[in-house]
Design a protein. Structure first.
Length: 335
């Protein structure tokens, strides 16, 4: 078993991370490259980043030792349905010297596996977008939300940013002075927290500042909401409380009442010690008091574990998970 190596990749829109692990738990190499999501960047560019990350992870490893690999990828179904995209990934895999098979799984499954070895459970992710997924036998079963900023992603970073602007616009329409969160939004969008003598002029300037950029960029305002909520700013605190309910509602669409299987929290808004992470944990604990709450960790290592668990020499996948997937180290990563 000690000679066997598995490879895992966590492929995102802004970065691609790869790791080569021995089944003893030894980390033999890591690699990092730019965004490798073919939906965002095109198949050929994504394959180039995949190749670069793999070569980094395998720089000191004989590729012939690698027995299996897994790629975790947002929009995995689209890649698998695109022959040209899959061919580009196949070439990148071979160019890195690998001859073993590899699997492609959605990033939600990899996030789930980074938090638990349990075969059944739920993963709830909130970053720029938001999605909940039910896992059965370590396969994605049912999915809720993840509908994108226009149709869904309730409780996400985009949602928080948009709602912060909407609350500010409501104050200006009513000729109310913006509160602390509103002033922070004014500075972020307009460079100044002062309101024009005619508030409608500030409203128009805000609308122009938002609409001249891609709508999803409203997610960049989410940290303002989070930091204001940490200071008990009333509007921000109310938005965080509402977002937590919306995210738990998404999980409730697919997760049975009374379910005691684990819930893994992933995404930048739920994996640190943020007010939203705390509020979501409290809401989930209220609805599913018997469910262990876990935090997503190293996605590349989890992908490697998913690759390893079906190898014939692996007789205890749960024990192997403890060896290969380190526990989260961020604040809020306990349990």
């Amino acid at each position: 078993m000690s000679d066997t190596v598995v490879v895992g990749l966590d492929v995102g829109g802004t970065s691609t991370r790869a790791v080569a692990l021995a089944l003893t738990g030894e980390r033999l190499g890591t690699g990092r490259a730019g965004g490798g999501n073919p939906t965002s960047h095109g198949a050929e560019r994504a394959a180039d980043e995949l190749r670069a990350a793999l070569r980094g992870a395998l720089s000191g490893v004989d590729p012939d030792r690698v027995r299996a690999g897994t790629i975790g990828l947002a929009g995995a179904g689209r890649l698998l349905a695109d022959p040209a995209g899959r061919a580009a990934f196949d070439r990148a895999w071979r160019d890195a010297g690998l001859r073993c098979p590899y699997a492609v799984h959605g990033d939600a499954l990899v996030a789930y596996a980074s938090g638990t070895a349990g075969p059944h459970g739920t993963v709830l992710i909130a970053g720029t977008g938001a999605i909940a997924a039910q896992v059965r036998d370590l396969r994605l079963d049912r999915v809720a939300d993840g509908h994108g900023w226009l149709l869904g992603d309730a409780g996400s970073g985009f949602w928080l940013g948009r709602e912060a602007v909407r609350r500010l616009l409501a104050d200006l329409d009513a000729a109310r002075a913006p509160g602390p969160l509103g002033r922070r939004v004014l500075v972020e969008l307009l460079g100044d927290d002062r309101v024009a003598p005619r508030p409608r002029d500030t409203v128009d300037a805000l609308i122009q500042a938002v609409t001249r950029r891609p709508p999803v960029e409203l997610a960049r305002l989410a940290p303002l909401v989070v930091s204001a909520a940490a200071e008990a700013e009333p509007v921000a605190a109310a938005l965080i409380a509402e977002a937590a309910v919306l995210l738990a509602d998404g999980a409730a669409r697919i997760r049975p009442a009374g379910d005691g299987d684990p819930v893994v929290l992933g995404g930048g808004l739920l994996t640190g010690g943020t007010p939203l992470a705390a509020a979501v944990r409290a809401e989930l604990a209220r609805r599913w008091p018997d469910a262990p709450l876990r935090t997503a960790g190293d996605g590349a290592a989890a992908a490697a574990w998913l690759a390893a668990r079906d190898l014939p020499e692996v007789t205890d996948p749960a024990a192997l998970h403890a060896l290969l997937v380190p526990p989260p180290t961020r604040p809020g990563g306990a349990t």
